[in-house]
Design a protein. Sequence first.
Length: 343
Amino acid sequence: MTPLRRLLILTVAVLLCAGAGTAMVLHAASRAADRARPRAGGPAVTAGTVTLGQHGQLDFLSQTPGPHLDAIVSVPAADAPADPGTARTASDVSCLRFYAAAGTGVCLQSAPGALTQTNRALILDARLHTLRSFPLAGTPSRARVSPSGHLAAWTVFVGGESYGAAFFSTRTSILDTRTWQLTPSLETFAITLDGHGYRAADTNFWGVSFAADDDTFYATLGTGGRTYLVRGSLSRRTVTTLVQNVECPSLSPDGTRIAFKKRVLPGAALWHEYVLDLGTLQETPLAEHRSVDDQATWLDNSTVAYSLPSNGSVSGSDLWTVPADGTGTPHLLLPGAFSPAPQ
């Protein structure tokens, strides 16, 4: 490699790091301003006790400007579709990404500093007390908990800032909350791609979703400019590709279907929501035609929820739902809400 080429690579790296650092600082300043200045007319949010695992409850992260911005909040699940403005109970725990099941929660946090960003994953009990804390290698992106609460997974960006970026790298970890055994990266698992063993330097995994057996999981594998849905086994430390062009899979409660975002414009950050039948591998496009950059959540076996940017907001999100069979129309579930976890 010539000295000039080394200089060019170094210059690009410095510019990318500087850009990412500036973006983090600006985002943190924007969130701080939103937290300090509540806006009139939003959903009512009051401090209270939030307990994970309560049947019929929908937990999520508040996106309403004010003191409870990014806090874990809850509403009765039955009230959300009928009254999107229903009063919300807010905890004192804040996250950038959150999920919970069976009384176990995972909360991904980020605290920008003067020179570095401190990222960590908190494992929470039903009362939102921290059981363990794990340092993260990058910016929080995705989080999931298995139906039993025994496994937690998270994905972070260790390079780039979004799945639509020209260059990005991820790291996905899985934790057994019974033994606290951590699998730091799925990149150590053996890969079978199109029926053959596969190894490459550019493999990335993201968006884990767990089956009910506490061993099987689904995730996205990115390599060679393509994305694949993989089925993995935690005990065997293996993953096998199923189909292409699948990102951020979410397994239905009955274990028969995968909701996912599919890139519909190559080379651009434009995704549509689909559902894949795992028995037939048939894909069904959903009735949401806007670009959805999220890991969808199943509210039940017939309804999928996902986040979209709030109108007029750079960082806020609203929760929407759509039928999982491709019929119907999108419906606003909750304004000023993100990262849902039905209980």
